[in-house]
Design a protein around this ligand. Structure first.
Ligand code: ARG
Length: 465
């Protein structure tokens, strides 16, 4: 299979007599995907060249030629006018080879005191850092939409569920704000990961650092990093930043999928709590009545890709000896796909939630059925009649059974029927059986009472302003 007539690699082929087998080239090359790092690669190279000139390692004129030439390469790539080559393996060598064509000899000096190992680590960190910023921005937009939903519906009563069985009445606003808290934690995970990843690997060279008198603080600063990484072995072999990004993305995707699932349930014919706008629904090619929540279903499913990417990269990294191994080239496609998926899901969820119509009458009717105020009745017996909660629970259970038998709800039972279950029950208990009173009574901090919800809405409006 070996094609001995091919010449060895122009970048590293000094000790090779023949070129690689075609299949070797196919498994080795990363240009098909890492071309996405072109802007980061050129930015990193320009910072490196400027530093090499400032430290006297390169002449100013060579560094200038390199810097200018790299800008030409950048505009060629951006114009879609760049001859990407698989034989040149990756973005780093594609850019450098093109620079050689453009400016000649000085191009060969750019790689002084650098290796592709610290180069790729730097490029990829810059890319992931941008994605963390994008996730933070997208999550902020989604949170604003959810807070607006919560403000509108701070006192809309709906059933709260446990086990997807009607549990107690809650407010729409409270439900929306639960997701605000979840997405806020997601946002802080990306912020936190961003802080930790913001150290610069450039200048770690192949693994051991370099004998050239480089200034790593200068390149770190030029690329917006807080400081250079303190250990060159760690600098080239660390992919924690990608793992942290993927972990944060996976948790965020879990939250998106939970909200998506609620939208699927709530928009079904059996619930009709919400109606998705036409912009976010699709029809069926055979059943004319259908309005399918495809976007919500797809968001629900996307966690599979994001978590899959996390599992894949964790698996690549486990057990890898220090420092760089080619295994690590497998980091990029996973992170690219997870980032694209997450950004799309966040944008779709933000759009769906801002265009959502809520059927408040349906919400309230559902909240009032299913004995949702049974706990309020039991609490009343504890508060007003001094019963131990366990006894109150038992009395209430008997009344639920009676209502169930009669096919009515708790407030429909007569006072005689209530008194027969427990003599301490009086007319006054009816007030707590109404769903509005039920939610209004839940004034504990973080509870579902509209006042509490409005307080949280105000707090978040301040934080998100
Ligand atoms: N394409 C490589 C990657 O993505 C760049 C680093 C290659 N380094 C090396 N020593 N072969 O990991």
């Amino acid at each position: 299979m070996t094609d001995d007539t091919k010449t060895s690699n122009a970048m590293w082929g000094g000790r090779f007599a023949a070129g690689p087998d075609a299949i070797m080239e196919a498994i080795n090359a990363s240009i098909s995907f890492d071309k996405r790092l072109y802007a980061q690669d050129i930015r990193g190279s320009r910072a490196h060249a400027a530093m090499l000139a400032a430290t006297g390692i390169l002449t100013n004129s060579d560094a200038e030629a390199i810097g200018e030439g790299l800008l030409t390469v950048l505009s060629e790539i951006e114009a879609g006018d760049f001859p990407f080559s698989t034989a040149l393996e990756d973005i780093h060598m594609n850019v450098e080879a093109r620079l050689k064509v453009l400016i000649g000899e000085p191009a060969g000096r750019l790689h002084t005191a650098r290796s592709r190992n610290d180069q790729v680590a730097t490029d990829f960190r810059l890319w992931v850092r941008d994605q963390a910023d994008a996730a933070i921005t997208s999550l902020t937009a989604l949170m604003k939409v959810l807070v607006a939903q919560a403000e509108r519906g701070a006192d809309w009563v709906m059933p709260g569920f446990t086990h997807l069985q009607t549990a107690q009445p809650v407010t729409w606003g409270h439900h929306m704000m639960a997701y605000v808290e979840m997405f806020a934690r997601d946002r802080s995970r990306f912020e936190d990961a961003r802080k930790r990843m913001n150290e610069c690997p450039l200048g770690s060279a192949a693994l051991a650092g370099t004998g050239f008198p480089i200034d790593r603080h200068m390149t770190a600063q030029a690329l917006g990093f807080d400081r250079p990484m303190a250990n060159s072995l760690d600098g080239v072999s660390d992919r924690d930043f990608a793992l942290e990004f993927l972990s944060s993305a996976a948790i965020c995707a879990v939250h998106l999928s939970r909200l998506a699932e609620e939208l699927v349930i709530w928009s079904s014919a059996q619930f009709r709590f919400v109606a998705m706008s036409d912009k976010w629904s699709t029809g069926s090619s055979i059943m004319p009545q259908k309005r399918n929540p495809d976007a919500a279903e797809l968001i629900r499913a996307k966690i599979g890709r994001v978590l899959g990417a996390a599992v894949a990269l964790f698996t690549v990294m486990k057990g890898l000896p220090l420092a760089y191994s080619k295994d690590m080239q497998e980091d990029k496609e996973q992170v690219f796909d997870a980032a694209d998926t997450l950004m799309l899901a966040l944008a779709a969820m933000t759009g769906m939630m801002s265009d959502l119509t809520v059927n408040t009458a349906k919400l309230e009717a559902a909240a009032s059925s299913g004995f949702s105020t049974a706990t309020d009745l039991a609490d009343w017996l504890v508060r007003e009649a001094g019963l131990p909660f366990r006894d109150a629970h038992h009395v209430t259970g008997a009344l639920v059974a009676l209502a169930e038998k009669k096919g009515c709800d708790l407030p429909d039972l007569s006072l005689e029927e209530l008194k027969a279950a427990h003599p301490a029950l009086t007319e006054a208990v009816y007030s707590v059986l109404g769903v509005h009173n039920s939610v209004a009574s839940r004034q504990s901090y973080g509870g579902t009472a509209p006042d509490q919800v409005r307080a949280q809405v105000a707090r978040w409006q301040g934080l998100l302003a």
